[in-house]
Design a protein around this ligand. Structure first.
Ligand code: FAD
Length: 396
């Protein structure tokens, strides 16, 4: 019997891991990927669907090639439970799959219950998040289209760390670009639990002042306590209530539900602690956790680019462990996050992170990375091609 690696979740971390486990093992490992969705829908660049310059079709890639070209066995299902001691996983549809190594990249769980009233408002489709790209992205776009000119769109941002630090501010730009063209009397409010803009602050503020004057307003230290979907109002712990026509309330986040249920979220009950050299869980050494679910080292964002890099480090470590080879003593990670400030212009932030064995953590390489000087259309080309290239790296 061949050694089996079970990969849970076909997103930025999981799909990359499945492909590279097959490549690095020369096709020797039996790699099974469990994912409930028919096709991969990208969160990166999904804000452009809200702005109206892209559609969901533009950001969707099928899973077929992973199976046909790379021999990954794809099971369309959800993993309902994991038994780390017995090394099995049980699917929602009933069957149990045995594994030698498990790779878990389930993304984030939105903690609806930490804001009173939000779970019901979300279930009824009144207050959306669209923080997992797909039908909800299209639904939020429809809410924006239905909003009258002169209306208010408000995005509520949780305390860091959360999925994609610049994501809420990119979204504010995209909604503003749409309003500027279609309903210019409208407003975009950013109600942020953090004191200031969490990522690329000076650049985003410059864009708001220069491209969307009087339209985008940022308010820090706004930690949401409850929502009332009937009156479309958010109540904050300290600040005054805010009423808006379209409310986009992002609750605090934690590791994907299956990681929490499996007892792997050992850092404040929220994130999964990992050995950064291999991404093995600090609770269960044969389970490797990737992407947004992990406890990150300082300055490492929860991004798709990072999840893709985690996956390659973990895949190489797993193949080395199973073959009895030395594990790479100093893995490196890179990150780039492009943000579209309108349909064409982009700003970016980049960094390089190096595993420092003596401290068992990743440290930002001195002098690496940086941020754009300003939005340009050339960076817009880089940004769109970054997306096309990473989708090909994961899925082609
Ligand atoms: P995901 O990519 O979300 O994948 C998780 C997968 O696991 C999903 O397909 C899900 O269906 C599956 N799953 C969950 N539970 C189970 C289960 N029990 N059984 C089976 N399958 C399961 N990052 C960037 O690098 N650049 C950007 O420009 C960028 N922009 C963003 C914009 C927005 C609006 C958002 C929301 C995010 C953005 N991100 C960006 C962040 C990026 O989307 C995440 O960091 C990335 O998706 C994390 O990868 P992951 O593998 O952890 O999770």
């Amino acid at each position: 019997e061949r050694t089996r690696v079970l990969v849970v979740g076909g997103g930025y971390g999981g799909a990359t891991a499945a492909k590279y486990l097959r490549l690095f093992s020369g096709g020797k490992l039996d790699v099974v990927l469990v994912e409930p969705n028919d096709a991969f829908v990208s969160c990166p660049v999904s804000n452009l669907v809200l702005g109206g310059s892209k559609t969901l079709t533009d950001i969707t890639t099928p899973y077929d090639t992973l199976a046909a070209r790379h021999g990954v066995r794809i099971v369309k299902d959800t993993v309902a439970s994991i038994d780390a001691a017995k090394k099995t996983a049980t699917l929602a549809s009933g069957p149990t799959i045995a594994w030698d190594k498990l790779v878990l990249s389930p993304g984030v769980d939105l903690m609806f219950d930490s804001i009173a009233g939000l779970r019901a408002a979300h279930t009824e489709g009144r207050i959306l998040q669209a923080w997992k790209a797909g039908p909800e992205t299209a639904a939020l776009r429809r809410q924006l289209e239905a909003m009258p000119d002169g209306g208010v769109y408000a995005i509520v941002v949780p305390e860091a760390p959360y999925r994609c630090p610049p994501g809420p501010y990119e979204r504010a730009c995209q909604v503003a670009a749409y309003f500027k063209a279609a309903k210019p009397k409208s407003k975009v409010l950013i109600l942020d639990a953090n004191p200031d803009v969490t990522s690329k602050g000076p650049l985003f503020k410059k864009v708001w002042a220069e491209s969307y004057p009087g339209m985008v307003e940022f308010r820090g230290q706004h930690k949401a306590a409850s929502v009332d979907a009937r009156s479309n109002t958010v109540k904050f712990e300290v600040q005054e209530d805010v009423k808006a026509d379209v409310l986009n309330v992002l609750p605090p986040m934690r590791a994907g539900a299956i990681a929490v249920q499996a007892g792997l979220a050992n850092m404040n009950q929220r994130w999964c602690g990992v050995n950064y050299q291999t991404f093995a869980s600090t609770v269960a050494p044969d389970i490797h956790v990737l992407g947004d679910s992990i406890q990150i080292a300082p300055a490492m964002p929860k991004s798709g680019h990072m999840a893709n890099n985690h996956a390659k480090v973990a895949a190489a470590a797993i193949v080395a462990q199973l073959a009895g080879w030395e594990i790479n003593p100093a893995p490196m990670l890179t990150n780039t996050c492009y943000s579209f400030v309108d349909a064409k212009r982009v700003i970016h932030v980049a960094s390089v992170h190096e595993y420092v064995a003596a401290e068992k953590t990743f440290k930002t390489v001195a002098g690496s990375g940086g941020v754009s000087t300003g939005p340009t259309e050339l960076e817009g080309e880089y940004g769109w091609n970054w997306a096309r290239t990473i989708w090909a790296d994961m899925l082609s």
